[in-house]
Structures are given as C-alpha cells and as structure tokens.
Design a protein around this ligand. Structure first.
Ligand code: THG
Length: 369
C-alpha cells in the first residue's frame, strides 16, 4: 500500500487537541465525521501493548454530538432507534443502533440522556444530523437540533481510575459503566462518563469549553507521569480483539441490525414507535442469511482498504472481510467478516488472497476467545 498523505484543511476539521497530540507524536490520522481522528502514535503494536498495561489520553473529538432538545425530543430520538428508550434515565448512556425506514443501519451512537428534553447522540461516522433534521421537519416536531462544541477526551487503560481519581477525587471510582456525572477540577465542571472505545476500562470527558479541555489535557499528562501516561487513540488491534464494531468498516447502511449482531438492542415487542419497526419484524420472522462473525488466518499481516472476499474449496463465496489486523495475542490475523449462512459453524474453513498469495482461515464466534 502506498503511503500518500491527506492534506488538512478547514473542511477536514482539526480539534482543540490537535496541536497537543502532534507534540506527542501522532503518526497517522483517519477522517471521522469530517474531523481528524488519530489512528497511531509510536506504532499500532506499541500503542496496543501500552494501552493494555498503563493509561492513555485520547483525542476523540471526532465522536461528535448531535444535540436534540425541546418538547418533542424524546419522540424524535425514539423514532430513530430500535432500542426501547421509554424507561431511560437521566445520567445514563445507551448504546443504540439508529435505523432507517427500510430497516437498515444509519449509525450506532451512544445516546446520553441529559434531561427529559435534552439528548446527546455521540455518533459514529455518518451524517446523523441531517437525518434528524429531515425527520423533525417531516413530522413537524418541536425540537432544536445542533452539533454543540463538545470535544471528547477519553482516558483509557487499566490505570485510568487511578489517574482520574488524582484529578477529580476518589469519588470518580464509584461511577458505574455507561453512567455519567459532572465532576470538578480546578473550579471547572466536566461531564464525565465511564465509557470508551476499548475494553481496557476508562472514562470519557465531554469537554464543553476548549480552554478547559486543553488545560485538562496538560494536567492529565503532568499528573499521569507516575502512571506512564501516553497520548493514544482507538487501537485497531485492541478494538478487533474486543469485537467493538465500527460503522463504515464492519457494517453500514446496507446491513440490518440482526446481521450486525445487535439483537439485544432491537426491541420489537414494546409499544414504542421507531422507523423500520415493521420491516425489522419481517426480517426477524424470515430470518437473516448473513451475519458478522470472527475470522482467524494463520498469517502475520493484512492491509484492509477494501472488502476482501472469502471462498470455499469450490470457489463459492463464504463471505467478505470487513476489518482485520495481525493480533500479537492470538499470533495470527483476526478479523470481522460478513459470513453467509451455510458457513456459520465455528471452524468452517475458507480461502483468502493476501498480497497475491492464498491462505486458509477459519470462521469463529464473536467475541474472540
Ligand atoms: N464513545 C462515545 N461516542 C462514540 C463511541 C464511543 N461514538 C462513536 C462510536 N464510539 C460509537 N460506537 C460504539 C460502539 C461500541 C461501544 C460504544 C460505541 C461500546 N460497546 C460496549 C460493548 O460492545 O461491549 C458496551 C455496549 C453495551 O453493552 O451497552 O462501548 O466509544 N462517546
């Protein structure tokens, strides 16, 4: 794969932390919600080993917020997701697939309930704001929809509780998974959730004031020295090993939530009204013909910038790889693939071409074990 730089511009938005992560050695970006999202620092593998042992500060401002407020906000938020939010509580975060009228996935945000009439959809990489505005206009809902100036700093890794307690006090250790609260530091309030796009534990600080966020970034580094803090970012190896899905890579607007294994977030039996509900009932009744599964290949390298096809011995299509990486823990290539129904049995074999050579791999269940 040729290494060709992407040129920054105002349209390809920087974040309040861009200067800081560049001083801390960012070595690659991707574009996410029209914004820079770092993908590597020292190297993918070095970042991975460090994340699993210490603590990292991540610039994940590209996880943008779509703020929906006003009298009809709860109705609009529910209309967009197949997860039943009728019993949702203020102070909680809900991982919720967004669905269109045809039953296809639009995004997989974390929905934060700030008040009965104020919600933040912390979105993956698709333009949810226009979908929301279109629905609001078509339904004549009384809502305000905007992208507020919120720039998330994530603190991830096994030592994140210790580091965060040093700044915000021991109380922060009591915060439960997928709950948020406001915590004080140097006279300023920060919205903090126990969440983050890794399975190494940690927090996300939804920063509403750029200067306060930049200050926080500097203090996290200052006070984090004893915990061997480093700047980091969502790590491809860690997130695939943890089977954290990525909209645009693992699934997109051509897939339905059952195919993406979101069954537990699809509530078809309650009274709530959402787009695509009847479609999803039909799909569930008929059954799906493909779904996301794990794959393992005995090799030490794979580049993924387009879908790769998997074949059986008779050259029938087994499925398509959506994302993959070499995993130092499994000492082989692991990946997430859309697998056709005849091949859903763990240990089913396939052939795959990597760098013009044919390798044999096996299908496996998610999460990887
Ligand atoms: N944090 C915030 N916003 C985000 C992400 C995030 N927006 C973009 C993207 N990530 C959205 N996608 C996900 C995918 C997985 C999870 C969170 C956001 C996640 N999943 C857990 C799991 O799969 O184990 C928990 C899900 C549950 O059981 O509720 O954390 O990371 N702010």
């Amino acid at each position: 794969m040729k290494k060709i730089p992407i040129i920054k511009s105002r349209r390809l938005r920087s974040t309040p932390y861009t200067d800081r992560i560049e001083s801390n050695g960012v070595s690659g970006y991707t574009v996410y919600n029209h914004m820079l999202l770092p993908v590597s620092f020292k190297s993918l593998e070095s970042d991975y080993q460090h994340l699993k042992k210490f603590v990292q500060v991540w610039d994940v401002a590209a996880e943008r917020q779509v703020e929906i407020s006003g009298k009809d906000s709860a109705k609009l938020v529910q209309l967009m997701t197949c997860r039943d939010l009728s019993k949702s509580k203020i102070g909680k975060c809900y991982y919720s697939p967004l669905i269109d009228d045809k039953g296809f996935l639009v995004n997989d945000p974390i929905i934060n309930k700030l008040a009965e009439d104020k919600w933040w959809l912390s979105i993956a990489d698709s333009d949810v704001i226009f979908f929301a505005k279109g629905l609001a206009a078509g339904n004549k809902f009384e809502v305000d929809i905007k992208e507020p100036n919120v720039n998330i700093l994530a603190v991830q890794g096994p030592l994140s509780d210790d580091l965060m307690a040093k700044l915000f006090g021991e109380e922060i250790k009591q915060l439960k998974f997928f709950n948020f609260k406001y915590f004080d530091f140097k006279g300023k309030k920060y919205f903090i959730a126990r969440s983050g796009w890794s399975k190494q534990g940690g927090f996300e600080v939804y920063v509403e004031d750029n200067a306060a966020g930049q200050d926080l970034f500097d203090y996290l580094f200052e006070l984090g020295k004893e915990f061997n803090v480093r700047a980091g970012c969502p790590n491809l190896i860690e997130r695939i090993e943890s089977a954290l899905l990525s909209y645009g890579s693992d699934f997109d607007n051509r897939d339905n939530p059952f195919e993406a294994n979101f069954d537990k977030f699809v509530n078809l039996d309650s009274e709530v009204n959402f787009l695509g509900k009847e479609r999803l009932k039909k799909i569930k009744q008929v059954g799906i013909k493909r779904k996301l599964m794990g794959i393992k290949i005995n090799h030490n390298k794979i580049d993924m910038y387009c879908e790769k096809t998997l074949f059986d011995d008779n050259n029938n299509i087994v499925g398509y790889v959506r994302s993959a990486t070499y995993s130092p823990t499994f000492n082989q290539v692991i990946g997430i693939a859309m697998i056709n129904k005849p091949y859903w049995y763990s240990k089913d074999q396939f052939k795959i071409e990597i760098d013009e050579k044919i390798f044999v791999g096996t299908v496996c269940d998610l999460p990887f074990i």
